[in-house]
Design a protein around this ligand. Structure first.
Ligand SMILES: Nc1ncnc2c1ncn2[C@@H]1O[C@H](COP(=O)(O)OP(=O)(O)O)[C@@H](O)[C@H]1O
Ligand SMILES: [Mg+2]
Length: 226
């Protein structure tokens, strides 16, 4: 754990799709806002204006039908991250703020790793882009993707009133199981940094578990959080 030369606190939210990251990030940020601590809420990919362009390139299928090859996709994620660190995360940490980030490095390691990118490639890019920076705390919202993907199906039904059906097939489910296992392996390898939060209970219960991990960290860092 090191964020040399910085005084802020970087907290990242990780987990499979539908595990409740955005829900919990919102709840945590609302709580911190009430406490009036200096804070920046951000996300990956797309935490900067140029990063939003990269996000669109990554997530929207291209009209031509062409899809990114695995290496190009990986480099786009890291281009987004480098810009985000440069433009948002490092300046906020240097200004002594709390940074809450919806997905970060562990998502790349879990998803691109599960897609077959070798570990040594991820290590090299990690070293190049993050250098010595690590999140002070990573909240891993853990649950079975079989259940979390059902939440996503329901969430997407509600989007803008427009019917947008999402159905995950067996192969996708199997992929998300591998992603989950990679997240769990990261948590096991770095128990000091990664807090494993069971995510199947109610939003209020998950919020409580999150706060149990966040409050002491912020207190230790000198923030007035009660
Ligand atoms: N603890 C929970 N129990 C039940 N449903 C939840 C819970 N947390 C979030 N949801 C719902 O599940 C869906 C996915 O949550 P979301 O926060 O968008 O997940 P993520 O950002 O991890 O993909 C949303 O519709 C959300 O309202
Ligand atoms: Mg989300």
């Amino acid at each position: 754990m090191s964020s040399q030369g910085t005084h802020g606190v970087l907290i990242t939210m990780e987990g499979v799709e539908g595990s409740g990251k955005s829900t919990q990030l919102l709840r945590l940020s609302e709580r911190l806002r009430r406490l009036e601590v200096p804070m920046v809420v951000t996300k990956e990919p797309g935490g900067t204006p140029l990063g939003q362009e990269i996000r669109r390139l990554l997530l929207q299928p291209h009209a031509s039908g062409e899809a990114w090859c695995a290496e190009a996709e990986l480099l786009l994620f890291y281009a987004d991250r480098a810009q985000h660190l440069h433009g948002v995360i490092r300046p906020a940490l240097e200004a002594g703020k709390i940074v809450l980030c919806d997905r970060f490095e562990d998502s790349t390691r879990a998803y691109q790793g599960a897609s077959g990118v070798p570990e040594f490639v991820l290590d090299r890019l990690h070293e190049l882009v993050l250098q010595r920076l690590r999140p002070h705390l990573t909240l891993l919202l853990d649950m079975d993707p079989q259940v979390s993907l059902q939440r996503v199906e329901v969430r997407n039904l509600g989007y803008g009133g427009a019917f947008q059906e999402t159905r995950f097939d067996e192969a996708q489910l199997e992929f998300h199981q591998r992603v989950r296992n990679r997240f769990l392996a990261i948590a096991k390898a770095e128990p000091q940094r990664v807090a494993l939060i069971p995510a199947r209970s109610t939003p209020a219960e998950v919020e409580h578990a999150v706060w149990q991990r966040v409050a002491p960290l912020l207190r230790n860092a000198g923030f007035q959080v009660g």
